[in-house]
Design a protein around this ligand. Structure first.
Ligand code: SAH
Length: 451
């Protein structure tokens, strides 16, 4: 599988190109020097990643053509919405009807959605979010690869299994050659068009070394590079942008400054947000979001988190459940649930209740941001249950992340225990992602649709 469908350049306006995919027009930013009208290109995350030859593009498109329209039909069928059920709470139907017409919901209405607990009502919320995803983002789904380059970290985030609290963890730091090799495998052998490089906050690499690695990846392999190294300073962000990074994955974790300071000793929300704001101004695409269920969090906080992600111009929302790690101060903390587990009519297992909570947040995020943001199915969500990726994709999400870190290092990037994809090789992950996407009628095209 390749992770983007070739498109044909139809029009060029300065740095923006209009690309045709079987009659659908999409927009992308082009920084490559030799792109002309009529060329075939791969684009990812709104950026042109590479040019491909006409013969190669035509043979790939011939294979895709039929599948593309079949997938669209499947997606359309699955995402149909029927709010005609007279037996459902009238107030809820009114809210969802308003949402389905893309009308702005009030804070109280959104909170009411976050509080839903009845299965049939929850189902309607998820269906509404999926309907909106289909309406504005069509059946495209982006698939990124992540390389976890180091698990060294100088921070003491109370929930995180690679923070300095974890004295049991064997630490690793990939060499430049290992990182380049992983990038090469991901891009050249498996066809990834977008890579996230992530680590703990590790002074073991200087910003210049990181810049050098990114530059070499960009020179050698056609891929979009996202960085996720934590707070590397504004100068650091600038250097890495110049080196070729175009995306920043940095969650603000929580929009509540008090909780932020409690769970991140010695750090503050302001500095985190400043990085995100400055990165956006520099031209980075932003992936951000928060943890669902960290101690002290209310449903108002979660709603504020969603609003904050939108305010930060997130290209993609990344909201995932907090999963306690045994070697952290939060080992014994039970993730917060809304409504509380004890209120539930049928006591579900904690993991399935957490999945439910997380997909509800994804659905409300989709309702708050119909048109702009992609929504990621996080690995933490997938860790809670095998079915969770599907549930997320049916609740408004349209993005997946596969782990392309060398298998030998993966168990040590232990931010929480038993991570999904920890021991699955890349082929196995791709096979299951492809199967899942096909079953839902999703196609791996990934640039902005012109409405
Ligand atoms: N140093 C980078 C990457 C941090 S790890 C940075 O600061 O952005 C990546 C993400 O893992 C974090 O943003 C956090 O939200 C998530 N994470 C850490 N511990 C977790 C846990 N116990 N449960 C769920 N997610 C966790």
């Amino acid at each position: 599988m390749c992770y983007a469908i070739p498109g044909k350049v139809e029009k060029i306006e300065k740095k923006t190109v209009i690309v045709d995919y079987f009659g659908e027009k999409r927009k992308a930013l082009n920084e490559l020097p030799q792109i002309s009208v009529g060329d075939y290109i791969y684009a990812q995350g709104g950026f042109v990643v590479s040019k491909i030859s006409v013969s190669e593009a035509e043979s790939i498109l011939a294979v895709w053509k039929e599948t593309f329209f079949q997938l669209q039909e499947v997606d359309l069928r699955i995402s149909r919405l029927n709010l005609g059920d007279k037996n459902t709470d009238k107030n809820l139907l009114e809210i969802l009807d308003k949402a389905s017409q893309s009308k702005e919901l009030s804070r109280d209405e959104l909170l009411c959605l976050l509080e839903l607990k009845d299965q049939s009502k929850l189902e309607l919320l998820l269906k509404t979010a999926n309907f909106l995803r289909q309406k504005y983002h069509k059946n495209s789904c982006c698939v990124h690869g992540i390389i976890e380059i180091s698990n060294h970290c100088i921070r003491g985030c109370q929930y995180c299994g690679i923070s300095y609290h974890n004295k049991e963890l064997q630490r690793y730091r990939m060499t430049k050659d290992e990182i380049l090799k992983s990038a090469q495998v991901a891009v050249q052998e498996y066809g990834f068009k977008s890579l996230v490089l992530q680590s703990g906050e590790d002074p073991g690499y200087s910003v210049d070394e990181l810049a050098d690695i990114i530059k070499e990846i960009k020179d050698k392999f056609p891929t979009l590079v996202f960085i996720s190294f934590g707070e590397i300073g504004i100068g650091g962000l600038e250097k890495l942008y110049q080196a070729g990074a175009r995306g920043l994955l940095m969650r603000f974790e929580t929009s509540n400054p008090k909780i932020y300071e409690d769970v991140h000793p010695g750090q503050n929300l302001e500095s985190r947000l400043m990085h995100l704001q400055q990165a956006y101004k520099m031209g980075y695409m932003i992936i951000t979001g928060g943890l669902i269920g960290i101690p002290g969090q209310s449903k108002e906080d979660i709603l504020n988190d969603i609003f904050l992600a939108k305010e930060l111009h997130a290209e993609m929302f990344s909201f995932g459940p907090f999963i306690p790690h045994p070697h952290t101060p939060f080992a014994e903390i039970k993730p917060v649930q809304h409504p509380a587990l004890s209120d539930r009519p049928v006591r579900a297992s904690r993991a399935s209740a957490q999945v439910e909570e997380a997909v509800k947040v994804l659905a409300v995020a989709r309702i708050v941001d119909n048109t702009q943001a992609k929504i990621l199915v996080t690995t933490a969500l997938e860790t809670l249950s095998r079915e969770a990726a599907k549930s997320g994709l049916l609740a408004g999400a349209n993005s997946l992340m596969l782990n392309v870190t060398p298998l030998a290092y993966r168990p040590f990037y232990s931010i929480y225990p038993n991570r999904a994809h920890q021991s699955e090789n890349i082929t196995a992950q791709i096979d299951s992602a492809v199967m899942l996407l096909r079953s839902l009628g999703r196609a791996p095209t990934d640039i902005e649709t012109i409405l």
